[in-house]
Write a protein of this length. Structure first.
Length: 155
């Protein structure tokens, strides 16, 4: 072992540990804020956003296929399934005991942590997990609608 390395080892052994009084003094200078409480209930407006994305997709289909009665029949069947898919949970949520109104706005919800079964994520990430699929489908449906519209104009 070299002399230099031996000296560093000696300095590290002789170093004094931080005393509790000094840590208390630092904590009194810099106030510590408690972390925000972790939310476990999704904000109701997140579900309204997801529903709006699904409604946008259905509207795109109705507008796109309005000219074709055969395709419009399929869109009508899809609309009936959507009414049942969203209507049954809505009716069942009205039958049971009511949930208390959220105490934070949607803007505050997205900035707070949200607890999941696998750990904590931000409220924005939780919201994106709920609305990502319907939002992507609505965007893809809009692109397909434009393609169909411009293809009809060419022929």
């Amino acid at each position: 072992m070299s002399v230099h390395a031996h000296r560093e080892f000696e300095v590290e052994q002789d170093a004094k540990p931080v005393v509790r009084a000094r840590a208390t003094k630092i904590a009194s200078i810099v106030p510590l804020k408690p972390p925000p409480a972790i939310q476990t209930a999704m904000h109701p407006d997140v579900f309204k956003l997801a529903m709006a994305c699904w409604l946008m997709l259905l509207c795109e289909f109705w507008i796109t296929f309005w000219a074709s009665p055969n395709a419009l029949f399929m869109v009508a069947i899809g609309t009936a399934f959507a009414i049942m898919y969203f209507g049954v949970p809505f009716v069942m949520s009205r039958i049971g005991p009511g949930q208390k109104a959220p105490d934070v706005s949607l803007a505050e919800f997205v900035h707070r942590p949200f607890g999941t079964i696998y750990g904590s994520v931000s409220g924005l990430e939780a919201m994106l997990q709920v609305i990502l699929v319907p939002l992507s489908l609505s965007g893809g449906g809009l692109a397909i609608s434009f393609i169909i519209h411009y293809a009809r104009q060419v022929h």
